[in-house]
Design a protein around this ligand. Structure first.
Ligand SMILES: NC(=O)c1ccc[n+]([C@@H]2O[C@H](COP(=O)([O-])OP(=O)(O)OC[C@H]3O[C@@H](n4cnc5c(N)ncnc54)[C@H](OP(=O)(O)O)[C@@H]3O)[C@@H](O)[C@H]2O)c1
Length: 220
């Protein structure tokens, strides 16, 4: 396994903390990023205690600058401003976006219309020199942090326009699912992967489960 130094931007939230845990357990070096270095260090301490791994915490920009792979795990609200503020630090990096632009109303979750096509494409537009990959959209934060199971009934779907970056990200997926991610094609497909999460949320509410995505027809 190739070991990476992975920054988790917004790593103080449940999804970022859960992914940080799984990546640290697999042996990657993880830097939790936050707007508050103190919050980042507090979450890093939780992940260190849980995993015994190499986990630190700092502000988002320092985290992004020190890593070779940057995972963006922030809400859609404020996404554009945050990415624009980090553009210099993200330039040239493999940037993974698992941001889901969703709205919620009385009928449940739904995908928002994004001018650039998706959150991942917005990141690519704002940071043309980054190698943006969409992935890890469909994993539950609860499953990532609270269970001990390898989530080997789920697939990580990966999309991006840089083949090598897609391969790097697909190779990170076994930390969570025990098997490589599935490269589904170009970055524009993030416009389909992101709102699919609204479907999973609908299933979760109706059946009281934590659903995920698994692709049939691929030999394992
Ligand atoms: N939760 C899930 O089960 C799940 C599953 C799949 C995908 N996702 C996606 O993962 C992303 C994060 O989800 P989450 O539930 O972890 O979100 P969250 O707790 O709402 O936010 C994560 C972190 O982002 C930072 N943040 C919040 N607002 C911000 C702003 N305006 N500008 C910059 N940073 C901000 C905060 O960190 P600081 O205050 O420390 O900076 C916060 O702890 C979302 O896009 C979501 O769609 C979530």
């Amino acid at each position: 396994m190739r070991v990476h130094k992975i920054a988790v931007i917004g790593g103080t939230g449940p999804q970022g903390r859960g992914l940080a845990r799984r990546l640290a357990e697999a042996g990657h070096s993880v830097v939790i990023g936050s707007r508050s270095p103190d919050r980042a260090e507090a979450t890093a301490g939780q992940v260190r205690d849980r995993t015994g791994g190499d986990v630190s915490g700092t502000d988002n920009e320092t985290a992004a600058r020190t890593a070779d792979v940057v995972l963006v795990v922030v809400p859609w609200d404020g996404h554009r401003d945050l990415i624009a503020s980090l553009a210099g630090a993200l330039d040239g990096k493999v940037v993974i976006s698992c941001v889901n632009p969703l709205g919620f109303d009385a009928r449940g979750a739904y995908g928002l219309v994004v001018d650039e096509g998706s959150a991942a494409q917005q990141t690519q537009t704002l940071v043309p020199g980054a190698r943006v990959v969409g992935a890890f959209h469909h994993l539950s934060a609860v499953s990532l942090w609270e269970t001990e199971e390898v989530l080997d009934h789920e697939d990580v779907l990966v999309c991006g326009d840089d083949k090598e970056a897609n391969e790097i990200v697909a190779a990170l997926a076994p930390a969570v699912t025990g098997r490589p991610g599935i490269d589904v094609g170009p970055l524009r497909l993030a416009g389909h992967l992101e709102p699919l999460t609204a479907v999973l949320i609908g299933i979760n509410r109706r059946y009281k489960v934590r659903s995920g995505v698994a692709i049939a027809g691929i030999a394992r």
